[in-house]
Design a protein around this ligand. Structure first.
Ligand code: GLA
Length: 403
């Protein structure tokens, strides 16, 4: 059965945290404190973040919960309810030694906090989550941020949003070894209920914008998994970096791709590979679309916003070569439905989810129709969720956490 969920994040968080608190007490013999982090969906602005560009994500109603309590043997002990697996490390001898295991994420946060000058004493941590893995909804950022919030509380520290996001990104890039920008960690930490975020990934300044009441955001999972560490994301990022290097060298005043125009890129076409040219064209045009999308949102022009999403999808598919046949099919099906303003791939790409902007009174029917047409076309049952923008981890903690 399809889950059509609207604004149930707090309830989900509570369910996850009640179970995690119970299991934690049973396993470690102590009451723990629970901290949560949501998932995210990006409305527009894909692969722009690691070249200082613009993105427009919102936090959504899935949750990772980290329950923490102290221990006095100098160890970091993580228990995953999802994997029913416990791992233990001696904090004094902790290095940068990822194992290619789920524990790299929470352990990497311990390492990254130390880079920030925050060392933690022994702790037990129970982790539980319902963010779909490999779906492009930031399960890893959610795990990192939930862990960071729990460990900061354990260490008696508070950090501002920018620092929390930056240290969690460092976990991903430098400990886990996956290339990524700042978007996921920033929105998962800093989301605000009822608002989408326009984030400038160079300055980390942001604006919170309301979604017009006449629309709903629907997330559809193609059920084709994407793989983040290494692989195609890394290849794309390398192609982009190579193109950016050429622009930096050839065009005075360009520091990041964000500073370049399509005319700059055209002028350097012969100096870079065809792949780098196409990837950079996607990013430069995408930055323009995000800014235009902000204007459309503020005017309440959901029609124009939807058109920009469709253009963004074509650009991700053709110039960035980061879609998949299944996701393209989902987008085509979505755009045939009444009340659908726009549909596009969301997140890193190569599978994962689409994000759709749908008229409020058509959203339920949209979910049913997309599911049944996708099943009839490809034989795959897609999960579809009607999602409202929810609070990020900091706002949740400020409202008293998830207990
Ligand atoms: C992944 C990365 C983000 C961003 C998106 C693409 O989600 O973690 O930093 O680059 O892909 O927009």
């Amino acid at each position: 059965m399809c889950l059509a969920i609207f604004s149930t994040w707090v309830r989900q968080m509570k369910l996850e945290s009640v179970e995690a608190l119970r299991v934690h007490k049973q396993r470690f013999g102590l009451e723990g404190r629970a901290f949560g982090a949501p998932a995210r969906v990006n409305l527009i602005g894909e692969h722009t973040d690691y070249t200082g560009g613009f993105v427009m994500p919102m936090a959504i109603d899935f949750a990772t919960v980290a329950v923490v309590s102290a221990r006095n043997d100098g160890r970091a002990v993580f228990y995953s309810l999802n994997f029913d697996e416990e791992v233990s490390f001696e904090l004094a001898s902790l290095g940068r030694t990822p194992q290619g295991h789920w524990s790299d994420y929470p352990l990497g946060v311990v390492w990254s906090l130390a880079q920030e000058g925050i060392t933690v004493s022994g702790f037990s941590m129970s982790l539980a989550g319902n963010v779909p893995v490999g779906a492009g909804l930031s399960s890893s950022a959610s795990l990192e941020v939930a862990t960071a919030m729990a460990l900061l509380s354990h260490a008696g520290q508070e950090l501002p949003l920018k620092t929390v996001a930056t240290l969690c990104r460092r976990t991903e890039n430098e400990f886990v070894g996956a290339k990524s920008g700042i978007m996921d960690q920033f929105i998962v930490a800093g989301g605000v209920a009822g608002r989408v975020m326009l984030l400038d990934c160079r300055s980390l300044e942001f604006e919170l914008l309301p979604l017009p009441a006449e629309v709903r955001v629907v997330v559809c999972n193609s059920m084709v998994q994407h793989q983040h560490a290494g692989g195609e994301y890394g290849d794309r990022s390398d192609e982009v970096t190579a193109g950016q290097e050429v622009l930096r060298r050839e065009r005075p005043g360009i520091e990041l791709l964000r500073d370049a125009t399509l005319a700059d890129l055209e002028a350097c076409k012969d100096k870079m590979s065809a792949a780098s040219f196409a990837r950079c064209r996607h990013i430069i045009s995408e930055n323009g679309r995000v800014i235009e999308a902000k204007g459309a949102l503020l005017r309440g022009d959901v029609g124009r916003f939807g058109e920009l999403m469709v253009e963004a999808h074509a650009s991700m598919r053709d110039d960035f070569a980061a879609s998949s046949p299944e996701v393209d099919t989902l987008v085509e099906i979505a755009m045939r439905q009444p009340g659908c303003f726009g549909a596009r791939i969301t997140g890193g790409g190569f599978g994962g989810c689409t994000v759709n902007l749908v008229k409020v009174d058509k959203a339920e029917a949209f979910v049913e129709a997309v599911r049944s047409e996708y099943k009839a076309t490809l034989g795959i049952s897609a999960d579809c969720f009607i999602s409202a923008p929810t609070d990020g981890a900091l706002a949740m903690a400020a409202k008293g956490g998830v207990q």
